[in-house]
Design a binder for this molecule. Sequence first.
Ligand SMILES: CCCCCCCCCCCCC/C=C/C(=O)SCCNC(=O)CCNC(=O)[C@H](O)C(C)(C)COP(=O)(O)OP(=O)(O)OC[C@H]1O[C@@H](n2cnc3c(N)ncnc32)[C@H](O)[C@@H]1OP(=O)(O)O
Ligand SMILES: Cc1cc2nc3c(=O)[nH]c(=O)nc-3n(C[C@H](O)[C@H](O)[C@H](O)COP(=O)(O)OP(=O)(O)OC[C@H]3O[C@@H](n4cnc5c(N)ncnc54)[C@H](O)[C@@H]3O)c2cc1C
Length: 627
Amino acid sequence: NDTSMQHRNLNHMTREERFSEAMRRTLYALKVLLPREGWTPVGPEMKYLARAIKEFTFIIHAGVFIPCIMSYGTNEQIAKWFPLAADFRIIGTYAQTELGHGSFLRGLETIATYDRANQEFIINCPKITAMKWWPGDMGKSANHVLLMAELVIDGKKYGMHGFMVQIRDLTTHEPLPGVTVGDIGAKLSFESVDNGFLYLQNVRIPRENLLSKLSEVHPDGTYIKKGNQRLMYGSMVRVRVNLIAHEIVMPLAKACTIAVRYSAVRRQGLINPSKEEVPVLDYVAQQHKLLPQVATVFMAHFAAKQLVKMHHDYSLEVEKGNTSQLPELHALSAGMKACLSEQGAAGAEIVRRACGGHGYSCGSGLPFIVNRMLATCTYEGENTVMQLQCARYLIKCADQAKKDKLTGSVWYLSDFSNMSCTAQTFGDLQEPSVLVKLHERRAKCAVQHAGKKMQNMVKNGTPAHDAWNMMATLLINAARAHIMQYVVGTSVTYISELSCSASLKKILTQLCALYALHNINSNCGDFVKFGCLTSAQCDLAQEAEFNLLKQLRPDAVGIVDSFDFTDDILQSCLGAYDGNVYERLFEWAKQAPMNKTEVHQDSYQYLQPYLHEGRDVLEGRGRNSKL
Ligand SMILES: CCCCCCCCCCCCC/C=C/C(=O)SCCNC(=O)CCNC(=O)[C@H](O)C(C)(C)COP(=O)(O)OP(=O)(O)OC[C@H]1O[C@@H](n2cnc3c(N)ncnc32)[C@H](O)[C@@H]1OP(=O)(O)O
Ligand SMILES: Cc1cc2nc3c(=O)[nH]c(=O)nc-3n(C[C@H](O)[C@H](O)[C@H](O)COP(=O)(O)OP(=O)(O)OC[C@H]3O[C@@H](n4cnc5c(N)ncnc54)[C@H](O)[C@@H]3O)c2cc1C
């Protein structure tokens, strides 16, 4: 109810207005509105905030830069920079991606050369492709960066390290000497974020600005490794784990709320010719578009909770020096981020399209969500690259499964029990345990299939790296299959352990079965190819899905209402709680800047001569038409 937090209509604002409005609102919320324990905003307001603000600023500052200080800094460095960053007295970003490289980190070209005489690092972008490009909050907001650069001592390269680099004056906010920085221009979404470019030429920083939890450089230039160097990639793992809830589950839930509510209101066409027009939600085709996406919200939410818990447990172990969980966590977080962002972004577009013409209007609130979700497929690890990282781990585990009993998320790779499906009715295929087994078997076969193909190629003389490249599509499919079995399995477990009413558990179980069956029916080639299902059982799987659509239809609106988004959060003429779609659309359109005046003078000047000629002809004064 705080008017300072109410959204102005984003579609009627310029990019610069949105940039400064997001900054005003973010700072107001984080520094004025929210109770804080130390730096962390706490209490129910924080949860509301994460749902409420359509356009944050300082996502990277809060979500990446500060956590990196904690992960890569020594206690002294944390004591120095954390309080400043936590209180927004310095604004930072995570500057890793370059104009020439984003996925292949070993190809990054920015270098930090140690100058022993002055005990400083000299930072350089040796050529244009080395310029940092994309980091959020960097173009106009940040005055510091956590710069990921190649450490060089006496000509020897030591790999990517993190350096704290000040880029703007703390009084004037002007770029410092040797710093060229700015905004990279208009993007598909994130209009309020100043993703930036940063060109550094002979910028000097003190030796103490190398974040030294994992390695350090002594004054004489001696390099000391202090821990598992893979922990340098830790910030990306943490963001991948956290972004699923914030940037995939939440936006998809908003899109589903809008589309399901609108579909319950929008009447179009007849099912029974003798009856009146029906709400489009009565069409099974519409249910088939919307309800599996609603199910995805819940299943992704349950799986993400499990992954966050796994990351938390791993973090506690790392504090004790045990990094043994890192490979599995990296593979799972990379795979989950890739597969759920792919599903989420595709799902948001499916439900947008299901709203017809008005789904194409920004007044629906859907283009904003769809465009923003598309970015999740690219940032924090491009999806293909992430799926291949996941597959790399699975192939290794499949080899190990031949001699060891595996545990954790890959346990099923060493399960050699009979996994054939005995389902005789579509009801059998709605059973959670049957659906879990089917997904495990499909994943196991997909991993083994990809591995076998590569082994055969290598046996026939193909170099391993070429076999890997040529089988990439099978490896990506194996990664997807692995994640799907993880999502279905964790969701079934989560729901079974949930203490809630029987009616709620029934709905959640139906949604879980719908998610699993939709995945089976969308990938039935794999399920038949790997002997998981017969062709007749595939027919049953389709029947099972359609039956669930029918069962869930009466509760569809109630289910999305349970996401509890206010109208101000949704900012949607189609998804408002009162269902007054047409009045809201008309009101919204009238507020558009284009309608500030009845006549748009700038364009009228071009049209005027022709209109006047037309007027004269119609009033009998003009010359005949040239035509
Ligand atoms: C209010 C706040 C809320 C916060 C919520 C979050 C909101 C988020 C909003 C999001 C806003 C956008 C933010 C975007 C930020 C960014 O995009 S930051 C930049 C992201 N960039 C990347 O992710 C780069 C991706 N590339 C890589 O990670 C690496 O290049 C690679 C692909 C992994 C390859 O690296 P390389 O060193 O070449 O490795 P390999 O040879 O393939 O493997 C070597 C071994 O290392 C293991 N490994 C690789 N990565 C990791 C890791 N992250 N963790 C642990 N281990 C890793 C890999 O498995 C190999 O192991 P072995 O098989 O045992 O050899
Ligand atoms: C909205 C947004 C915000 C961002 N914020 C930040 C930030 O704050 N900080 C930051 O450092 N970066 C940020 N990034 C950059 C982001 O991390 C990179 O864009 C991302 O890692 C992808 O790298 P790339 O752009 O080099 O793509 P590329 O890797 O060049 O991808 C191009 C194509 O090559 C393919 N490809 C690449 N490598 C392989 C491979 N090994 N095998 C098979 N195919 C491959 C990819 O699949 C893709 O199809 C942001 C990006 C976006 C879009």
